[in-house]
Write a protein that binds this ligand. Sequence first.
Ligand code: BGC
Length: 414
Amino acid sequence: MTAILPDHFLWGASTAGHQVDGGDTAADTTFLESVSPSVFKEPAGDACRSWERWADDLDLIKGMGLNSYRFSVEWARIEPEEGNVDQDALDHYDRMVDGCLERGIDPAITLCHFTIPSWFAAKGGWLNHDAPAMFADECVRVLDRIGDRVALAVTFNEPDLPRILDNGSLPQEAVDLQRACINAATKKAGVKQYRSGNVVIPEEVTQLEFGFIRAHRAAVQAVRSVRPELPVGLSLAVIDESYRTEEGKKLAMAKRRSCYGPWAQAVQGDDFVGVQNYEREIFGDDGPVPAQPGEEVNETGTALHPESLVNAVNYIHHLTGLPVVVTEHGVSTQDDELRCRFLKASIPPLIELVRDGVPVLGYFHWSLLDNYEWISAFDVHFGLCSVDREHGTFDRTPKKSAGVYRDIVANTVI
Ligand code: BGC
């Protein structure tokens, strides 16, 4: 049987378990947050307490008039110790899925959003030869429980990110810190190799990529073995590489070949490919050109180019030949007016692309909430809604941009 693609455009928002749930004690990232030195500025801790407040999150989605929610099902919650399946965790996701359906929201699940169980990392993570089979078991377990009610399954979130970061995106100090963090974790765990999917040492990028590709293929098969008609794919980080000189063109094209080339092959046979775009990179003779004076920038100083979304989608569709779902797109900023402008400038060209016949199945904004932003912890803000961590209430408040997004969705006929 072939996949049944959604018959309507999916309008949604995305989150990931470790970034919002809180109390994610059995995950590798939690372990890496605890070692010294750590790449993570502070531990995720309670994050946004979405493990308890997931119904509030679904109400926010519904309040924006969205029809889909992308969230991750955390393997570390379900199998906190090897071979020990926590039925309460499966019940939790079961309730969330029903909660979505009660509100007219299609659940879109991510089976691995960077984090893995710490026991799995202690066995070498994705470098372990048996990793694909172990992940396939987890996928079957999840799909057996909630697969009958979800609309899409994403196996891996941004498995191409290590390669992108290895292509000159990280300063040497950051690379050194990653290595020191992984070494500290290996020592603390007392194992041969403690390996994570999102803190990576450069000489292992190729081996990791290979592990991800094998595990992705095994996961697709596992998903289909339970629910053959469920659309399944993975999501790629896609930077809109462009250039302003001939030499820059060579650099941009070389980067594209290196970062996306392996994935163009790996996704063949999937039902869709997820595109996650946050930026455009413009290459000159000496590499990427920094933001120019007067350009609008995000919270980390990268220039904003609203057209990067449509360019990234078009590129990946033509590279892979597959339908695209925008599984993430957004902007980090404390200036919500900027987010409002960014949404208004980025989404209409995407809709034009759909009208031109490019198969784009949906758009998910990153993120529903201001959440735990990995190495930057809580210092970077992507949310359509803020979360009051300061007073410990964890109350959610939609920002003006949540209303702007709601209006775009309400007024767009596709
Ligand atoms: C990731 C998210 C992250 C977001 C913003 C993507 O790379 O999938 O987990 O929070 O970008 O940095």
